[in-house]
Design a protein around this ligand. Structure first.
Ligand code: G
Ligand code: G
Ligand code: MN
Ligand code: NA
Length: 253
């Protein structure tokens, strides 16, 4: 249909762009890296958010070439940053049905000369709802390449916790809905504490998403979260702004 043609055209015409949102270690706070978030520069509609086109890309299979572009662009960009900065890239569950995914990931790091431990793959827990027989070996193969694997939007999916035993995630990204309730809602605080326990028990880094206030940041620090991301610390920005920010941090003047 129309949207499929438009997305195909967008890829050929270079209308996709990556924005980068900073991720901080909560102590310091020190910059740990960035999450790459795709945008579509539509010639008439302007900047289109991923929720308005990623679902169609998934249904039509175009997520495979679009995802390959995003992965390569993120690795190409991060390869010129200081080596202590990581790059996180989101993968849709539907990308795990593509037999070429592992080769795509390997090519993205090798052709851009990015040290594999600098790349973090973000995947939601729904990857464990379907096709576990295919996605689990793929996750393990990616880890064997030296990449880090993060579970995204943690706590919002439909799967049970049992998948945590079947794969050693490097990071747990707690969904922002729990962060927004941290001061007002005893249930959110209880979940935040439980996730700190899960992270320490599974040796996974804990990251809280959607941090918007100083009070939330302080509560997360007090509860022992390791990393934070959110509008309080920095919004997703284009590559030029992102690299100006990196330069200002690393350049003594
Ligand atoms: O940036 P927000 O920026 O609106 O992102 C919305 C959603 O889009 C998030 O759930 C994120 O995981 C997803 N997303 C952003 N960039 C990409 C991408 O490059 N590939 C895939 N598959 N999903 C992405
Ligand atoms: O699903 P994923 O976590 O990959 O997507 C992150 C989404 O959250 C993106 O759309 C991003 O723009 C958005 N986001 C990042 N920080 C904040 C924040 O502090 N508040 C809100 N409301 N959204 C945020
Ligand atoms: Mn994400
Ligand atoms: Na998320």
């Amino acid at each position: 249909h129309e949207m499929k043609l438009a997305l195909h055209h967008a890829l050929e015409e270079g209308q996709f762009e990556l924005y980068y949102q900073p991720i901080y270690r909560i102590d310091g706070p020190d910059l740990a890296g960035f999450e790459a978030l795709i945008r579509w520069n539509h010639p008439e509609q302007g900047l289109v958010a991923p929720l308005d086109f990623i679902p169609v890309a998934e249904e039509t299979g175009l997520i495979v070439p679009i995802g390959e572009w995003a992965l390569n662009e993120a690795c190409r960009t991060a390869a010129r940053w200081p080596a202590h900065l990581r790059i996180a890239v989101n993968l849709s569950v539907s990308q795990f049905r593509d037999a070429g995914l592992l080769d795509t990931v390997r090519r993205a790091i090798e052709s851009n000369g990015l040290a594999p431990e600098r790349l973090e793959i973000e995947i939601t827990e729904s990857v464990f709802l379907t096709d576990v027989g295919q996605s689990l070996p793929l996750l393990r193969a990616m880890k064997a390449l030296g990449l880090r694997i993060a579970i995204d939007d943690f706590g919002t999916g439909y799967s049970s916790l049992s998948y945590l035993r079947s794969f050693a995630f490097d990071k747990i990204k707690l969904d922002q809905s729990f962060v927004s309730g941290i001061e007002t809602d005893a249930g959110s605080l209880a979940i935040i504490r439980a996730v700190v326990g899960i992270g320490s028990g599974f040796n996974a880094t804990t990251l809280a998403e959607g941090v918007e206030t100083e009070e939330q940041l302080q509560a997360l620090r007090r509860e022992g979260f390791a990393e934070v991301q959110g509008y309080l610390l920095g919004r997703p920005r284009p590559v030029g702004d992102t690299e100006a920010m990196i330069a200002a941090l690393t350049d003594p003047q």
